[in-house]
Design a protein around this ligand. Structure first.
Ligand SMILES: [Mn+2]
Length: 580
């Protein structure tokens, strides 16, 4: 058996509704194996939810006793005692001390959305306590990721006594040692995987080896939120908050937490679901001046959804890095000045537009190159494209688009001066790219490389590109052919045309995101539908579906569900419909 076949994810091999070949040529498979089907039944019976909702939950690993928290994720229900996080007590005490003493605090963030939101949230809290912090967001190109000695020296020169790194710092042993030498105390609030060796600091990281809190899925901003709750508790017992300096409403800041959580693409389970669900409510109140300005320049009408966080607001927060102003996003999220907020939001919107235009141009170039390489018959197992003018920050996106367009593993490589290329690869289900890339490194074809099954990063010498391409063809041809031959659609459930009524509407998000599902039986619920499910519910609130998809779906429903049966099915199951 080839490696590719062995890696095909374990799915129920049962055909769904007996469809071996859909209109688009793909077999339909039941997402649920027998055990999951049993669990779905138990969920439907115990919690009195529609069968399809139960199937959706069971298909995503939700256990019978987790259903309530999953459907109604409240912070109160899901928020842990902060002190279950290793080192949280020490961090809370040190931060509270800094606030009581009025010490200068410096925050060192990261240039992505998680870093911007995490730094803004902590800065807002400190400011309400009367100590305005210095916030430093490093430049992606000139400083790179994580604390660096030069920046730390500058912060010390500006009088910082306590340094807090957010969304970075776990691996920064040397730069943080320098901070200690300069007399700073250091707190790290981070969620990146930790080594055994930690920096000389109070390290709050749910992914450090000795942390048993079970909060490893939180983004850094989520962990900062828990830290702020813990600090607030200490301050309360010390009588810090007074009438003149009232205690902040921490839940009101969940809009910031939701943005960082969605944009960092952490799994939306457990506490993260509560953050996002409640954060969206906060966002709708338009309390945060910066976020409101950003929603307005992005022309967001209607209530904000997770989609808007990930695809409208997130990219704009990131856009400042393009002109060497990586801190604009963080600045926008913590400003209380409407004029400043409007100015920054407009600037970020403009920069984001420039980025998009650049991406479109690069993508056209990449597609043309790939088409030429594959030829009219689209031969070849992989797509490898490279160009000198591509931005290294965009190659991942290019590779993802090429993979979708050509339905095979794809690499996009930015050739930099000096004959070195930095590239990114994306794979199709069933073909392990990370393993292939790592082997290419040991065989000396790549300077660096690593990753996992679906995505990989590489550094390659310009001169070795042709050889790398040939290697990929040789290694992956068989696996790609096999994987392409069996691209089944995993189906959650079926709906009859009669069952998809306006009184039961639902939405199909593109990614794993909270989705309101409303039916006759549940007034407000959250479930998830995968990227493969395309909803064709004839409902006003359903997302736009292409005409051909609609037609194909209707035909499938007609073919698979005889009218007599469909009525009874419709009575018991609100179901999604997939067509591929
Ligand atoms: Mn992060």
């Amino acid at each position: 058996m080839s490696a590719a076949l062995a890696l095909t994810p374990k799915v129920a091999s049962r055909l769904f509704l007996g469809v071996e070949r859909s209109v688009c040529g793909r077999p339909w498979r039941d997402r649920l194996d027998e055990r999951a089907t049993t669990r779905a039944l138990a969920i439907a019976q115990r919690h009195n939810v529609p069968e399809l909702l139960a199937r959706i939950l069971a298909g995503r690993g939700v256990e019978v006793d987790e259903v309530e928290a999953f459907l109604d994720p409240t912070v109160r229900r899901l928020m842990p005692d902060p002190h279950t996080v290793t080192a949280m007590e020490a961090a809370a005490m040190r931060l509270a001390d800094a606030m009581t003493r009025g010490e200068q605090v410096a925050i060192f963030g990261d240039y992505d959305v998680d870093g911007a939101t995490a730094s803004a949230l902590l800065a807002r809290f400190l400011r309400l306590g009367g100590s305005e912090p210095i916030v430093h967001i490093p430049d992606r190109i000139f400083e790179g990721y994580g604390p660096n000695v030069e920046a730390i020296r500058a912060l010390a020169d500006r009088g910082a006594k306590l340094l807090v790194t957010v969304d970075c710092g776990t691996a920064s042993i040397e730069p943080l040692a320098e901070a200690r030498r300069l007399g700073l105390d250091v707190i790290v609030i981070d969620h990146h995987q930790a080594d055994e060796r930690l920096p000389d600091a109070i390290v709050v990281n749910a992914n450090r080896l000795d942390d048993l809190s079970g909060l490893g899925h939180l983004a850094a901003v989520g962990l900062v939120f828990i830290t702020v709750v813990a600090v607030n508790r200490v301050l309360r017992t010390r009588g810090f908050w007074t009438e003149a300096r009232p205690e902040p409403d921490l839940l009101g800041w969940l809009d910031i937490v939701a943005l960082g959580t969605v944009a960092d693409v952490v799994p939306l389970k457990g506490l993260n679901r509560a953050f996002v669900a409640k954060g969206l409510l906060a966002l709708r109140r338009r309390d945060n001046i910066g976020l409101t300005a950003l929603m307005d320049v992005a022309r967001l009408s209607g209530p904000p959804e997770p989609f808007h966080l990930g695809f409208l607001l997130g990219p704009r927060i990131n856009a400042g890095g393009r002109i060497g102003r990586a801190d604009l996003g963080s600045l926008l999220l913590r400003t209380d000045d409407p004029v400043e907020a409007g100015r920054i939001a407009a600037e970020l919107d403009r920069l984001n537009g420039e980025r998009r235009a650049m991406e479109v141009a690069m993508l056209e170039e990449a597609q043309a190159e790939a088409s030429a390489a594959l030829g009219i018959e689209e031969k070849g197992a992989v797509v490898v494209t490279a160009a000198a003018n591509w931005h290294p920050g965009v190659v991942g996106l290019l590779a993802a688009r090429l993979k979708e367009r050509f339905n095979r593993p794809a690499f996009a490589i930015a050739l930099e001066p000096g004959g070195i290329g930095t590239g990114s690869g994306r794979s199709i289900l069933g073909v392990d790219l990370g393993k292939t890339v790592r082997r290419a490194v040991t065989e000396g074809l790549l300077l660096k490389g690593g990753g996992h099954a679906m995505a990989a990063g590489i550094t390659v010498k310009h001169g070795a590109l042709a050889e790398f391409r040939a290697y990929l063809e040789r290694e992956l041809a068989e696996g790609v052919t096999a994987a392409r031959a069996d691209q089944a659609l995993l189906i959650d459930g079926a709906v009859s045309a009669a069952g998809a009524t306006r009184s039961r509407w639902w939405r199909c998000p593109i990614t794993w995101s909270p989705m309101p599902i409303r039916s006759d039986q549940t007034t407000s619920a959250y479930g998830c539908v995968p990227a493969t499910a395309r909803c064709s519910a004839p409902s006003r609130s359903a997302p736009p579906v292409s005409r051909s998809a609609k037609r194909c779906c209707k035909a499938a429903v007609r073919r698979c569900m005889p009218p007599a049966r469909s009525r009874s099915t419709a009575g018991t199951a609100a179901s999604a419909c997939s067509c591929g």
